[in-house]
Write a protein that binds this ligand. Structure first.
Ligand code: ADP
Ligand code: MG
Length: 253
């Protein structure tokens, strides 16, 4: 592969075809070519069934393309790795472990250093008080923060988020977005966020990738050039509205 020096993830002519129950086939992703730079924040948007989750699963190494290749830091992805962390909407935590144990789970190292890291992430995500509770005792927002802490503690180079805030109400969503941006700044990871909230996609990302379904293809890539750090106030600016309107008008009917 011709390596772009600062490329983190690259989809190269990726097509993923699934067989349905009746023996037909569904092209979830077709001829996807996309290079994501190190430290870049990408939002993936598009109607249901356009292949967003499929692309995340391919990047996570939980699935393989039918044809084409997915590269991460110059190597062809062949399976999952803690370097590429996936967070989805149905909060991924082990119900039989406490909040603290859940956060510590992925850490290879043990001992004082590990304890320090766990403490730090619990504090960062506002979960210290609930360290010894079980996930079922947490609210939706707290569970989502737990899911992010579990994934981020191993300092993944690539963070894959599949509609992580979909179940949260508007005010919780806002504080979760800010927390996410802070965690991303701290770890300098590359991010792909799948969201159905178009405003969120523009506010958080450097580029918004719009997909269309049947077959799942990239329809448009839109730069979101707003100044950083991003805040909710920017959603009232003409710059924001211009990008947002472009996205809305490009969205498949
Ligand atoms: P999105 O996340 O954008 O809603 P998905 O990536 O989940 O879309 O799915 C894209 C298309 O591929 C859909 O039509 C879906 O039904 C189909 N699909 C996804 N995964 C499978 C699978 N494991 N088996 C069969 N069809 C699948
Ligand atoms: Mg999906």
């Amino acid at each position: 592969m011709a390596v772009t020096d600062n490329a983190a993830l690259r989809f190269e002519d990726v097509t993923r075809v699934f067989l349905d129950e009746r023996g037909g086939s569904i092209t979830a992703a077709e001829e996807i070519n996309l290079t994501i730079l190190e430290g870049e924040f990408i939002s993936l948007v598009g109607p249901s069934g356009c292949g967003k989750s499929t692309l995340l699963r391919l990047a996570a190494g939980l699935d393989s393309p039918t044809t084409g290749k997915v590269w991460f830091e110059g190597r062809c992805i062949e399976g999952p790795s803690p370097q590429r962390g996936l967070v989805f909407q149905s909060y991924n935590a082990f119900p039989w472990l406490t909040v603290r144990e859940n956060v510590a789970f992925g850490l290879q190292e043990k001992g004082e250093c590990a304890n320090g890291k766990v403490k730090e992430w619990l504090e960062f995500m506002g979960l210290s008080e609930f360290a010894d509770s079980f996930p079922k005792a947490l609210s939706g927002g707290m569970r989502q923060r737990l899911a992010i802490a579990r994934t981020m503690i191993v300092e993944p180079r690539l963070l894959l988020l599949d509609e992580p805030f979909g179940a949260l109400d508007e005010t919780r969503r806002d504080s979760m977005q800010q927390l996410l941006l802070k965690a991303v700044r701290q770890t300098k990871c590359t991010v792909i966020l799948v969201t159905h909230d178009l405003r969120e996609s523009v506010l958080l990302a450097d580029r918004v990738v719009l997909l269309k379904p049947r077959p799942g293809r990239i329809l448009k890539v839109i730069d979101s050039t707003l100044a950083k750090p991003r805040t909710r106030e920017q959603m009232k600016t003409p710059e924001f509205l211009e990008i947002y309107e472009l996205l809305v008008h490009s969205f498949p009917a």
